[in-house]
Design a protein around this ligand. Structure first.
Ligand code: E4P
Ligand code: PEP
Length: 345
């Protein structure tokens, strides 16, 4: 009989189960405390119970845990200093959505050599998240693969669904079961309709296919996530200006959804240039200072050093602390921007 399935599948490799991974890398008491208080702080900002500014700063993607931890220590020290006015949490992104093809992040290809050792990628990601949370610094990431949450979601205070997946039913279903606030990005063309629909879908109970903690295929039933919100990341044109922000908030209110949102200072708001992020940050901050409390948070793509480099280099060794995906601002600029915001808030 002719083979009718898996025609284009080359190989299946078993994954360690989430439960097994948690036995090897258990959640610590200190990390659990950071996660629970981090989530509550973000939820309180979203619901208006507290008025601190949320800032999510960190690399576009993690490829070197050592550099990520060095960044985390710097951010944690700053978090302590600005804590009375700013809730600072770290972008720790392990999964990259690609416009066409490219390196898809540390979980997918942790050794940056097309060996796709996903078991090692998940383990490295979980270990790094434990280490960062142990310092007291809450973490944020984009979840791209709906299998990933069972391995790392217990260590995250905030999650993004990206511009390329906000319209996906699978991602909305996944978000409906996540334990932390979830930000839906507007679509890459700039439209916010898919994100607004996503907030409604993810806020509702869902029944879908996923895995359980033992890694078994399961029907997952959720209660709906009450803490979903919008992230403006620009599109065909930027959307951090007062008119775009006002329009987005009106649409959210008309749909009886939370009208507090986050402005991503990078991506199509910065013209994908690291040099553009400071301008967006200052403009969004000015709006907030002028009374627009609907801008509850800002996101910065930031690394130890500015710019980006090709992955995995053009025959040269990678430079330490420099992004291998989108351009990032340097730590120095990040610190200046956050201190400047602190002095004005
Ligand atoms: O933030 C990261 C990138 O903008 C996103 O992953 C898309 O990248 P690409 O267009 O280079 O594939
Ligand atoms: C991929 C990202 O963003 P977006 O979905 O807005 O392109 C990101 O923040 O890394």
């Amino acid at each position: 009989m002719k083979k009718t399935f898996d025609i284009h599948v080359k190989e299946f490799k078993p994954l360690i189960s989430p439960t097994e991974m948690k036995q090897v890398l258990p959640l610590t008491d200190a990390a659990a405390h950071t996660v629970v208080s981090g989530r509550k702080e973000v939820a309180d900002i979203l619901t208006g119970k507290e008025d601190r500014l949320l800032i999510i700063a960190g690399p576009c993607s993690i490829h070197d845990p050592e550099a990520a931890l060095e960044y985390a220590h710097k951010l944690m020290a700053l978090r302590r200093e600005v804590a009375d006015k700013i809730n600072l949490i770290m972008r720790v992104y392990f999964e990259k959505p690609r416009t066409t093809v490219g390196w898809k992040g540390l979980i997918n290809d942790p050794f940056l050599d097309a060996s796709y050792n996903v078991n090692a990628g998940l383990e490295t990601a979980r270990k790094l998240l434990i280490d960062i949370n142990d310092t007291g610094l809450p973490t944020a990431t984009e979840i791209l693969d709906p299998i990933t949450p069972q391995y790392i979601a217990g260590l995250l205070a905030w999650v993004a669904v990206g511009a390329r997946t906000t319209e996906s039913q699978t991602h909305r279903e996944m978000a409906s079961g996540l334990s932390m606030p979830v930000g839906f990005k507007n679509s890459t063309d700039g439209r916010i309709t898919a994100a607004v629909n996503a907030i409604q879908a993810a806020g509702s109970p869902q029944h879908f296919l996923g895995i359980d903690p033992d890694g078994r295929s399961s029907v997952v039933s959720t209660t709906g996530n009450p803490f979903c919100h919008l992230v403006l990341r620009g599109g065909a044109t930027p959307n951090y200006d007062p008119v775009s922000v006002g329009r987005a908030r009106t649409i959210l209110r008309e749909q009886h959804l939370p009208d507090r949102l986050i402005i991503d200072c990078s991506h199509d708001n910065s013209g994908q240039k690291f040099t553009g992020q400071a301008f967006v940050f200052k403009s969004a901050l000015d709006q907030r200072l002028e009374g627009n409390s609907g801008i509850m948070g800002l996101m910065l793509e930031s690394n130890l050093f500015e710019g980006r480099q090709n992955c995995p280099g053009d025959g040269c060794a990678l430079k330490y602390g420099v992004s291998i995906t989108d351009e990032c601002i340097s730590w120095e600029t990040t610190e200046q921007l956050i201190r400047c915001a602190y002095s004005q808030l």
